[in-house]
Structure formats: structure tokens, C-alpha cells
Design a protein around this ligand. Structure first.
Ligand code: ATP
Ligand code: MG
Length: 414
């Protein structure tokens, strides 16, 4: 679990501002749910035989009433719970998003943390492949804005019946190859054989590659859905790779699944993942309604932006105000107030000291200008503006004019 120090927080806020505006442009609205939920919600939504539920959840018993609670490991279960609880789909489909910390007890490594952050997007109540395409197209749009280029892997998991047929064939196949299975896979063989295909163990790769393909079992409706999705992606200039091994680590998906992956972040290459989960709302007790969505990992996206060299401007203040003498100090307070009222970010030097030592503080600050106030400035009711970056000249002007200069400077690129 990481601390986010001020420099990093500047970066996160710049990223979050881009993301919020991107979601606004697509008509998605933010929803905020609690970080704690009943453990049972995640068991029912994500599936008992998954990495998350079997070994990654932080759970504890609420000693006041004996209930088992969990720190949320993902956001879809909570979103769907809230949508059912508040009957949000009563008048049709909803486009929603959430963002915040998620918790999974994983082995920490670069790009894999125990508290990490996701932005999640859910389109609830829409059945067609058009909304699947919208979700993917909007991702591509965001990647352009972030200056990154992950690639799209796409698959379909079909519907219940085809998965049922496939499951029987998978079990038969893995049973015939019992000796080649690792421990996890042996355990999952009868409870959740599809999960075996999601194994990250390289030793399982060859066996998984030769396993029966779900693609070969798909019924007509699921095939048509998948075909239309692909046509829409092509029409919108979205390149993708079909990956029949893509099954996702959560049980609730059906039909469309996708991942945006990169080879620039080492082993943790998936920056965004999602798909369709038409059965989940009903499974959690709601009126049946289709749904699709995705979640992206903020830490991995920020790392990828760093590799790509996308600048996320650090926050800078407009002015650092230095002053010497009692009269100057009183005037400096007035000037600071005037600057802030005008919407400028002004840091007023505290703690006294010589001009020279105050100027050192100004230089080390993130301010664009030092605003210098001494006896001469008080007498003239002016301030001296000294640029701390760039090539502008030092000038002595009245406060109203100083505000104009500082505003002008704040609109120029840092
Ligand atoms: P992985 O295969 O990397 O474990 P996952 O399938 O468990 O990922 P999802 O549950 O689909 O991941 O979460 C969506 C995204 O959230 C991932 O693609 C990734 O970018 C990010 N993510 C998931 N787990 C972590 C983690 N422990 N630390 C940082 N980011 C994570
Ligand atoms: Mg995982």
C-alpha cells in the first residue's frame, strides 16, 4: 500500500481531471459506494473459486454483530448492489462510473499492490453489442489523450449453454492430462475448469493453448453479437487481436470480454479489463437486466504514461510573497488577500528572516513569481514582481496590474 506524496498527488489530480472530463463527454455519471461491503456480496458476484475470493480478500468479523465484512477488491459488485438497492434502472439503462481504492492481498511487485486504484465504467441495462463497442471506443479515445497505446485483446465467452458444453469438454481434456496440472488447476478441475485457462503459471501455457476452445461452442445469438461488435470496432478504426484464451479472473462475465495490454510494464501488462456480465444483476437479486463495463488500473496507466513520456504538469503557485518590516508585512497580507480573491495561488512567506533568505525560499517554491514588498513598495503602494522562471523582466507595478500580469503568466504553459 502506497503513500501518495504531494508531487505524486499533483500527477494523480492531473490524471483524474482528464478522466473526469472524458467520462463527462461520453455521458457517464459518477457513483460513490462504501469501501466496506458484506463479504458475501463479493463471494456471490465474483465467484467462490476465483483468486480474489479464495485468497486475496481482506475480510474481518465486525465484533459488534458478528457479520463478515470485506474491503472491496473491485467495484462492479458494489455498483450492482447499489443499483439494485436504489432501483436505479426503473426508467431504463444507466451509464455510471466510479473511482477509488481497491484491496487485494497479493504478492506485492511493480504494478501489483495491495491497495491499488481503479476507475470503473458500467453501462447497465443495455443488451446490444453497440454499447460494448462504445465502451471500447471510449477507452481508445482516452489512450490517445493520455499519450499511450496499449493493444486490445478480445474474446467472447458465449452464454450459459455454450459454456456448459465447453465446461464438460474442458474437464474431460484436463482429466486426460491430470499429470500436467499444477496444484491450483487440480483444485479447480471440477469446481471451475475455465479458471485453469486464466493461470499465470508458464508451465501451464502449452496445455492451455491446446485446450478445447469455447469459440467452437458458441450459439448463433452470441456469435452474431460478437460479429456485430467486431464490425463496429472496425468501422471506428479500432485494431484488436482475437484471443481465445482470454477468460478474465472473475466469474460474472459472459459474451464479450476484453483487455488492454502493453509489453512496456513487464509482467503486469494489463492496464484495463472488462466485458459483459448479463447475469450479474439477477444473480445479486435484481430484476434481470443486461450489463457491461470495465475497470482500469490507475497505477499501471500512470506508469505507462511515464514510460511514454506524457507530461502531467505539476501544480505551481502563481506568487510567493516576501516582505521585510512591520509596515511591509501588513501590506503583504493585503496583497495576498487581493491576489487570492482574484483566483491566484499566493503563498505568503511566514517566519520572517532577511530578504535574501526569503528569496531562497521563493526560489525553492513552485511559484512563477516572487512578489517583493519592502518600505519603498509600501510608500508607493506598489509591488515588485520578480519572475522565478522564464525570461520576463522584473517590474514594479500597482497590485491591480500585478494581478493582470500574474493571471497572464498562469495561462502560459509552465
Ligand atoms: P491481473 O491479471 O493483473 O491480476 P485482474 O484480472 O485481477 O488483473 P481486474 O480485476 O480485471 O484485474 O482489474 C482491472 C485492472 O485493475 C487490471 O487490469 C489492472 O490494471 C488493475 N489491477 C488489478 N489488480 C491490481 C493490483 N493488485 N495492483 C495494481 N493494479 C491492479
Ligand atoms: Mg488479479
Amino acid at each position: 500500500m502506497n503513500d501518495c506524496l504531494p508531487d505524486a498527488t499533483d500527477t494523480w489530480q492531473a490524471f483524474e481531471a482528464i478522466v473526469r472530463d472524458w467520462l463527462r463527454r461520453y455521458g457517464y455519471r459518477e457513483m460513490r459506494t462504501p469501501i466496506l461491503e458484506h463479504t458475501g456480496l463479493f463471494k456471490r458476484a465474483i465467484g467462490e473459486v476465483t483468486d480474489i475470493v479464495e485468497k486475496e480478500m481482506y475480510t474481518f468479523v465486525d465484533e459488534l454483530n458478528g457479520e463478515s465484512l470485506a474491503l472491496r477488491p473491485e467495484g462492479t459488485a458494489s455498483s450492482v448492489r447499489a443499483v439494485i438497492q436504489h432501483n436505479l434502472l426503473y426508467d431504463g439503462g444507466k451509464r455510471l462510473w466510479y473511482s477509488g481504492p481497491m484491496f487485494r492481498h497479493e504478492r506485492p511487485q511493480k504494478g501489483r499492490y495491495r491497495q491499488f486504484h481503479q476507475v470503473g465504467v458500467e453501462a447497465l441495462g443495455f443488451a446490444g453489442p453497440d454499447v460494448d463497442a462504445e465502451l471500447i471506443v471510449m477507452c481508445a479515445d482516452l489512450w490517445r489523450e493520455l499519450g499511450i497505446a496499449p493493444t486490445l485483446q478480445l474474446n467472447t465467452l458465449g452464454d450459459y449453454e455454450s459454456r456448459h458444453c465447453h465446461r464438460a469438454k474442458l474437464i474431460a481434456y484436463f482429466e486426460a492430462n491430470q499429470d500436467a496440472l499444477d496444484e491450483d488447476s487440480k483444485r479447480r478441475l471440477h469446481s471451475n475448469p475455465l479458471r485453469i485457462l486464466d493461470s499465470k503459471n508458464p508451465a501451464m501455457q502449452a496445455l492451455n493453448d491446446a485446450a478445447p476452445r469455447l469459440m467452437d461452442e458458441l450459439d448463433e445469438a452470441a456469435l452474431a453479437h460478437f460479429d456485430t461488435l467486431q464490425a463496429l470496432l472496425r468501422a471506428n478504426g479500432i485494431a484488436f487481436e482475437l484471443n481465445p484464451r482470454l477468460v478474465r479472473g472473475l466469474d460474472y462475465y459472459n459474451r464479450t470480454v476484453f483487455e488492454w495490454v502493453t509489453d512496456q510494464l513487464g509482467a503486469q501488462g494489463t492496464v484495463c479489463a472488462g466485458g459483459r456480465y448479463d447475469g450479474l444483476i439477477e444473480q445479486l437479486g435484481g430484476k434481470p437486466a443486461p450489463a457491461a463495463g470495465f475497470a482500469m488500473g490507475i497505477e499501471r496507466l500512470l506508469s505507462l504514461m511515464e514510460v511514454a513520456g506524457t507530461p502531467l504538469a505539476p501544480a505551481v503557485s502563481d506568487a510567493y510573497i516576501v516582505h521585510a518590516g512591520d509596515a511591509a508585512q501588513a501590506y503583504a497580507w493585503q496583497v495576498a488577500t487581493a491576489l487570492r480573491s482574484a483566483g491566484l495561488a499566493a503563498v505568503l512567506h511566514c517566519g520572517g528572516g532577511s530578504f535574501k533568505s526569503q528569496m531562497k525560499k521563493a526560489d525553492a517554491s513552485r511559484a512563477r513569481y516572487a512578489v517583493i514588498i519592502g518600505d519603498d513598495e509600501v510608500a508607493a503602494q506598489q509591488v515588485t514582481l520578480k519572475p522565478l522562471r522564464g525570461t520576463a523582466e522584473q517590474t514594479c507595478v500597482e497590485v491591480t496590474l500585478a494581478i493582470e500580469y500574474l493571471k497572464q503568466a498562469s495561462t502560459e504553459k509552465a
